[in-house]
Design a protein around this ligand. Structure first.
Ligand code: DQA
Length: 152
């Protein structure tokens, strides 16, 4: 986990789920060559420019992601989540997002709607304030912009 501090409208939790630690080498034709460290950096730069600090966490474990969402209550003012494949399977993540009542932006690097049918359904979208798909890693900066706007 990495954290930044900046003059402060509050903290944003930046959560990445399973296999996103492999960004940069994983299926670059779909996900590009940007690494997770680069993604966390670009998101933090965008967040700090808008006056937010960030906490960045990646985990391959569903329960760790649930725990991080719970911990955001009281510590963060918004969440950006790319839950990877758990997007399409996890009622637990959906319930966690619902429970903490923080504005949450769901991000997917690829356009999941152009891909296999099982990627078309998200358990998370209905409880997220914003959904961004298919903008590549720039989607994380767009997510910051969405929270900047909704938390104004
Ligand atoms: C993803 C899309 C998911 O379907 C996939 O399982 C991922 C990455 C994306 O960012 O495009 O791991 O969330």
């Amino acid at each position: 986990m990495t954290s930044s501090t900046a003059p402060h409208r509050g903290n944003l939790l930046i959560l990445n789920g399973p296999n996103l630690n492999l960004l940069g080498t994983r299926e670059p034709g779909i996900y590009g060559s940007t690494t997770l460290a680069d993604v966390e950096q670009l998101t933090t730069v965008a967040a700090e420019a808008a006056g937010f600090s960030t906490t960045c966490l990646q985990s391959n474990h569903e329960g760790a992601l649930v725990d991080a969402i719970h911990a955001a209550r009281g510590n963060s003012v918004g969440i950006i989540i790319n839950a990877g494949a758990y997007t399409h399977t996890s009622v637990a993540l959906r319930d966690a997002i619902s429970a903490v009542e923080l504005p949450t932006v769901e991000v997917h690097i690829s356009n999941v709607h152009q891909r296999e049918e099982f990627r078309h359904h998200s358990f998370l979208s209905a409880v997220c304030s914003t959904v961004i798909v298919g903008a590549g890693v720039h989607g994380y900066a767009l997510a910051v912009s969405a929270l900047d706007n909704s938390l104004a």
